[in-house]
Design a protein around this ligand. Structure first.
Ligand SMILES: [Fe+2]
Length: 213
């Protein structure tokens, strides 16, 4: 756990400094997944394609996914931690092409091109909020299909992304308020908000060892 604290401090300290890929060895030395070649490959592609703020955000989400995923695993639940951590690292790679709501879809296209597994592609496509159902996807002009996270790894990455603003950890109320402002809503009854709250409950239940996923 020491490494996790160190890397979070590193992220905060380097937030406004030089692009970390110029000094990637430092950051990777601290990360718990430093010896995983898949992690290194993913990090290299991400830092080649994306701007510094996206890379830093992705590392912060990946780190949070690792922490919560480990806690969930220690509660006796089955989770592929390697998959979740790498999926979290790559979830915003589509921001190299678009910062719009289509960045999940764009990310999926990029990852397919780089021959990443379908599991990683789906984590990326399904990470927006707590997912987007087919009818809403069609309304906003996304290719018509469901983008709802189904596997625990997909759910965990979406949830951790909801709880990281830039590189800072925030609580669910902060996230909901931010989304309400963005969507100009007066209540929490919007389906996108209800989905985020439901996902938050689901993950918290796992962390509290109530198995309802
Ligand atoms: Fe995103």
């Amino acid at each position: 756990m020491n490494n996790i604290i160190k890397i979070y401090e590193f992220l905060k300290y380097n937030r406004n400094k030089k692009y970390p890929s110029h000094n990637s060895q430092n950051i990777l030395k601290l990360f718990p997944y430093v010896n995983d070649p898949k992690f290194k490959k993913s990090y290299d592609i991400l830092s080649k394609l994306c701007e510094k703020n996206v890379v830093m955000h992705s590392l912060a989400v990946s780190l949070y996914t690792y922490e919560l995923g480990l806690n969930i695993k220690n509660k006796g639940h089955t989770i592929n931690l390697d998959l979740a951590v790498i999926g979290a690292l790559l979830h915003d790679i589509g921001r190299s092409l678009s910062h719009g709501i289509d960045h999940g879809v764009k990310g999926g296209e990029i990852l397919r091109k780089y021959k990443f597994s379908n599991e990683i592609v789906l984590i990326t496509e399904r990470h927006i909020g707590a997912g987007i159902p087919k009818n809403e996807a069609m309304e906003i002009g996304l290719p018509p299909k469901d983008y709802i996270p189904i596997t625990l790894e997909e759910k965990l990455v979406a949830h951790c992304d909801n709880l990281i603003s830039d590189i800072e950890r925030v609580d669910i109320t902060y996230t909901i308020n931010k989304l309400r402002k963005k969507l100009l809503l007066s209540s929490n009854n919007h389906p996108a908000i209800l989905r985020i709250l439901r996902l938050n409950n689901e993950i918290n239940n796992l962390l509290n060892n109530k198995n309802n996923i």
